[in-house]
Design a protein around this ligand. Structure first.
Ligand code: PRX
Length: 660
């Protein structure tokens, strides 16, 4: 974040207490905080029993004896899909719409809970027929279409593990995820709609598994784009043919609470993306709890819309599992906000009378730029709660969101969490909390957050420090797929205190974010403190993009920084040294275009650098470490900071002179 925006965040004085009318019918109450404060673990046990159906009730709540590997509700058994489907039908809500779906090209569909249950039962039978059983991994590479929901729930229903890969990732990224998880099946489509065109998905799948050593046995293909696709007989199957060929009935079996539910890959500071592992009972408890209380869900009357793609954690927790566990009615939209016109989102809110809306600050800022005249053309009066996620929301965007989209009245919940935390951890509760623009504010009931200094002691407010979660929480990650050491090293090594004589070990989860806490105890998030960038609310690793750049034969060295960007929060800016024997082969512009394409092929369009500067040298310390801080100064157009620790102090002068 730039220094200016941090300043405006920390000097925000406006307060928005809940209206009396809202508070009177609010789902959340102060009592939740009181109960959780009195008995944190017992509070989660009560929530879990109240919110979920347990085939076998649990008698233990938290087992932390093998910390930091937690087990929640470990002797209980449940079926996640049954909780999201069958039980609503059995409770008499089968005719309630689970979701309205709107394709970008104008196609529509609606599924009631009965219809969705029926579809998932058939899909579960297809998976079993294709040899998928409990614990097997299934990769899902789909657009936001009903089949994505059905596929994820079908995998969950049979106790298998899904690994959803965002459709914007390249064949190369898909391949590394399939290989890391040894997936047996991929579910994809013959295309999806984006920006008025059909984009292909099947060729990336073909490319990802082409090397002959892939663990993939079958590819299930949903017909959506009506695109021509290459076909490998025996391996490839049409989704609709397979669904028609299996029995309609499928009884949900109960699995242990700690049965793995999904793996989701996310970027870290080093190496390849990490497969974050989530399990069943604890995860479902916290996503259901937060979805109900943070969004003030009244499932009989609300229409909820979260704009996230199912390929990200927000799509997992707040499109699939939270809303469906709570029996909500939601909207699902396949495409981009501005296709075929810049008011598409607002038109959808008007059409479906959306009452709860959850999106990212990047989207809000891009709408602000276009101006209020676009949303003003639509009737947005159905909205009553707005949410924000993925990056800090600056007070200007917060106020615009409330005034222009929320009619000046709706509460806004700024929700802080991560792929690793599985569910919302810090957020106001509408109807309870007095809102502060730009601040995520307070941990949800049952979650313990601290802001620590580098030495591990709690900072005295008002001050900044590093964000840690100090007690285990139900939806916490259970590990990194296949790499327990990296799990401990990445998240638990910075602030945990090992056991010593007479003293148990103290485990603290370090989130990688900087935060400021004020004298009210409210938390303002300040962005990542590591080499993870946040571009449009998506996590990218500087190192992963550097590796992609140096994998190109013309590149000798590369350094990547996240530079502050008004629209996307941060933008990828790369500094590249071209190999001396290649330097004359093309102009800097040609090399830069070539390398931008290369990064897109290696990772995906979200990682494509906004700018690539071709330079002769990179600023390094005497021990050879690249000083990204100085490159960030250049990328953000600032005066260059202290260069005295550089091995060659003239390097930065040469770089900045050249770029001027
Ligand atoms: O830096 C924080 C930022 O997004 C990171 C997590 O990214 P990811 O795992 O992709 O999950 C995004 C959606 C939950 C965090 O480490 N972040 C997320 N929400 C906020 C945020 N930063 C500030 N305010 C938020 N509300």
């Amino acid at each position: 974040m730039s220094t200016n925006s941090i300043d405006s965040l920390l000097h925000e004085t406006r307060r928005f207490p809940p209206s009396e009318a809202f508070a009177a019918s609010a789902v959340a109450t102060n009592e939740l905080y009181e109960k959780a404060a009195a008995d944190r673990v017992g509070f989660w046990a009560d929530q879990s029993r109240e919110l979920l159906h347990w085939h076998t009730p649990f008698t233990q709540t938290l087992d932390w004896s093998n910390a930091p590997f937690a087990r929640w509700f470990a002797d209980g058994e449940l079926n996640v899909a049954y909780n999201c489907l069958d039980r609503h039908v059995l409770a008499g809500n089968g005719d309630r719409v689970a979701f309205h779906w709107e394709g970008e090209n104008g196609d529509t569909a609606s599924y009631t809970y009965s219809e969705l249950t029926a579809a998932v039962k058939r899909a579960a039978n297809v998976l079993t027929k294709l040899g998928i059983g409990q614990g097997d991994r299934v990769a899902i590479y789909l657009p936001v279409i009903p089949e994505a929901v059905i596929a994820m729930l079908a995998v969950a229903r049979i106790g298998a593990v899904h690994s959803v890969v965002f459709g914007g990732f390249s064949a190369e990224s898909l391949r590394s995820r399939i290989d890391d998880a040894s997936a047996k099946l991929v579910i994809t489509a013959d295309g999806g709609w984006r920006k008025g065109k059909v984009f292909p998905l099947k060729p990336a799948v073909d490319g990802a598994i082409a090397n002959g050593t892939s663990t993939i046995e079958h590819v299930l293909v949903v017909r959506r784009g009506e695109n021509e696709v290459d076909w490998t007989d025996g391996r490839d199957r049409w989704w609709h043919d397979e669904l028609a060929s299996v029995p309609a009935e499928h009884e949900a079996q109960a699995f242990e609470a700690e049965n793995p539910l999904f793996i989701l890959y996310t970027s870290g500071t080093t190496g390849k993306p990490k497969g974050i592992l989530h399990t069943s009972g604890g995860y479902l408890t916290q996503v259901a709890f937060t979805h109900k209380n943070v969004f003030d869900l009244h499932p009989e009357t609300d229409v909820y819309w979260c704009t996230a793609d199912v390929g990200w954690v927000t799509g997992h927790s707040y499109v699939i599992y939270g809303p469906l566990a709570n029996g909500a009615t939601q909207l699902l939209y396949e495409g981009t906000p501005d296709t075929p016109h810049p008011g598409r989102w607002w038109e959808l809110i008007q059409k479906y009378r959306v009452s709860i809306f959850y999106t990212a600050p990047t989207a809000i800022r891009s709408f602000m730029k276009i101006g209020r005249q676009v949303p003003n053309q639509f009737d947005l009066s159905s909205l009553r709660v707005l949410g924000s996620v993925g990056e800090p929301i600056n007070p200007e965007a917060w106020i615009w969101y409330r005034d222009v989209i929320g009619g000046g009245e709706t509460p806004i919940v700024d929700t802080w969490w991560q792929t690793e935390t599985g569910a919302i951890m810090i957020s106001a509760l509408p109807g309870v909390t007095s809102l502060k623009p730009g601040s995520a504010q307070v941990p949800i009931p049952g979650v313990k957050i601290d802001i620590l200094g580098e030495d591990g002691t709690r900072v005295d407010p008002p001050r900044g420090g590093l964000l840690v979660v100090s007690e285990p929480w139900p939806s916490m990650l259970r590990g990194i797929w296949g790499d327990p050491d990296r799990f401990i090293e990445t998240y638990w090594s910075k602030f945990s205190v090992p056991a010593s004589e007479g003293q148990d070990a103290v485990w603290k989860y370090f989130a990688g974010d900087g935060a400021h806490v004020d004298t009210d105890g409210d938390i303002v998030l300040l962005g990542r403190v590591d080499d993870v960038m946040n571009v449009s609310g998506h996590r990218l690793s500087t190192q992963e993009i550097e590796s992609a750049l140096v994998s190109h034969p013309i590149v000798a060295e590369a350094a990547v920084v996240g530079a502050a960007d008004e629209a996307t929060g941060q933008a990828v800016v790369a500094f590249v040294i071209i190999k001396s024997n290649q330097a004359d082969a093309q102009t800097a512009d040609e090399a830069s275009a070539l390398l931008r394409r290369h990064v897109t092929e290696q990772i995906g369009a979200i990682a494509r650098p906004r700018q690539i500067f071709i330079v002769a040298e990179l600023p390094k310390t005497r021990s050879g470490k690249i000083m990204r801080r100085l490159l960030q100064d250049v990328a953000e157009g600032r005066e260059i900071g202290d260069t005295t620790t550089l091995a060659d102090t003239s390097v930065m002068q040469i770089i900045s002179d050249k770029l001027k």
